[in-house]
Design a protein around this ligand. Structure first.
Ligand code: ATP
Ligand code: IP8
Length: 242
């Protein structure tokens, strides 16, 4: 089994509210399915989550902002529904799971996700908001990736984004930045606008924890989804996290 995260930067335009990148998402999903391996999917919220969370100062108290909470929840769910529809059109058996619904007694209970795998379904989890007391909290797809890797011990964890892998500096800001094939430690992870879960820095922390479990962990460019086949041959274009 492999666990794959479709990053919000791949499936949406993070600078534009609720801009779904339909073609790119479909290409990535088709390529993943063509590997003929069992897999679990996770996706980020992209511009269906980060923009309004930032605008409303979430995570944080929601009193007086109940409408905005409902709006964000509806947006993240609608992004997930689009992905679920694509998988249905491909004849697969997807089931959606949000941290919002999995939260129990101060932790996330993944029992329904595990049961769904045993019963032959394809779980599709996603970064989302959830409510605890008077506060809105956020659980990112990157944290979900760690939790699932810990529970399922997959052969590999693959993060797909809109850049080739991890560079020594943000490749979008510094064209001369260098792609690192093997990443041993933190790099210069520029703080991103429109991101409430730590951007590449937050992702790196999650990836490092996954690799610490002894699971092969990759960051690759989902805009060139055919590259994912390289993880089987070892001849891949992207970064591996050590
Ligand atoms: P989401 O959290 O919405 O799911 P994502 O998982 O696709 O999004 P982002 O948090 O948007 O990932 O992080 C990816 C972005 O990080 C890239 O688009 C890139 O511009 C930026 N970035 C910053 N520093 C680096 C770096 N050193 N190497 C690679 N990318 C970097
Ligand atoms: O996009 C964040 O999840 P991520 C979820 O995986 C929200 O970081 C609601 C911003």
């Amino acid at each position: 089994m492999i666990i794959i995260k479709l990053g919000g930067s791949l499936i949406t335009d993070k600078s534009s509210y609720r801009a779904f990148r339909e073609e790119e998402t479909l290409r990535a999903i088709k390529e993943i399915a063509s590997m003929n391996r069992s897999f679990v999917l996770v996706h980020g919220a992209g511009s269906f989550g980060h923009i309004l969370c930032k605008k409303n100062n979430f995570p944080g108290p929601f009193k007086g902002k109940e409408f905005q909470v409902s709006r964000i929840k509806s947006d993240t769910t609608s992004l997930n529904s689009r992905i679920i529809s694509m998988l249905l059109d491909m004849g697969m058996n997807p089931l959606p799971f949000s941290p919002f619904d999995l939260r129990r007694k101060g932790t996330f209970d993944y029992t329904p996700v595990l049961r769904s795998i045993e019963s032959g379904f394809l779980p599709v989890l996603f970064g989302d908001i959830y409510i605890e007391g008077n506060e809105v909290k956020i659980y990112s797809g990157d944290s979900i990736m760690f939790d699932l890797c810990n529970l399922l011990n997959p052969e590999a964890a693959v993060f797909l984004g809109d850049v080739d892998g991890i560079y020594d500096r943000d490749p979008k800001k510094f064209p001369d930045s260098k792609l690192l094939r093997v990443v041993y430690n933190e790099q210069d992870f520029a703080k991103q606008e429109n991101d409430v879960t730590g951007g590449m820095g937050g992702k790196y922390k999650a990836m490092k924890r996954i690799s610490g479990l002894g699971i092969r962990t990759y960051m690759m460019n989902g805009l060139f989804p055919e590259r994912i086949h390289g993880i089987e041959s070892g001849d891949f274009h992207g970064s591996v996290i050590k």
